[in-house]
Design a protein around this ligand. Sequence first.
Ligand code: SF4
Length: 94
Amino acid sequence: MSVRLDLKSKLGLDVFKEDSKPHIKIKPGLESDPRLKKAVLVCPAGLYKLNDKGEIALSTDGCLECGTCRLACGPEVLDWNYPSGGAGIQFRFG
Ligand code: SF4
């Protein structure tokens, strides 16, 4: 018998160890840059949110380290790095 899990349930199986500082940052003053709206659409973990002021906010807790936001938005608007050693995601069950 196979069990089907939705995306949220699958992501809930992974383990995240928080880093001492966010490993991805929106460059200062660019929170309203239109290029960031792509990240809201493409981040598979849904970590980019558009707020009432039209600014994009990012929480890296739960980041899959896939790099999709970096490719979509570009290094001009995102300071993207991997977490420091021992921090970040541990994938479980594939
Ligand atoms: S690296 Fe992937 S999971 Fe992490 S914030 Fe970017 S798109 Fe989302």
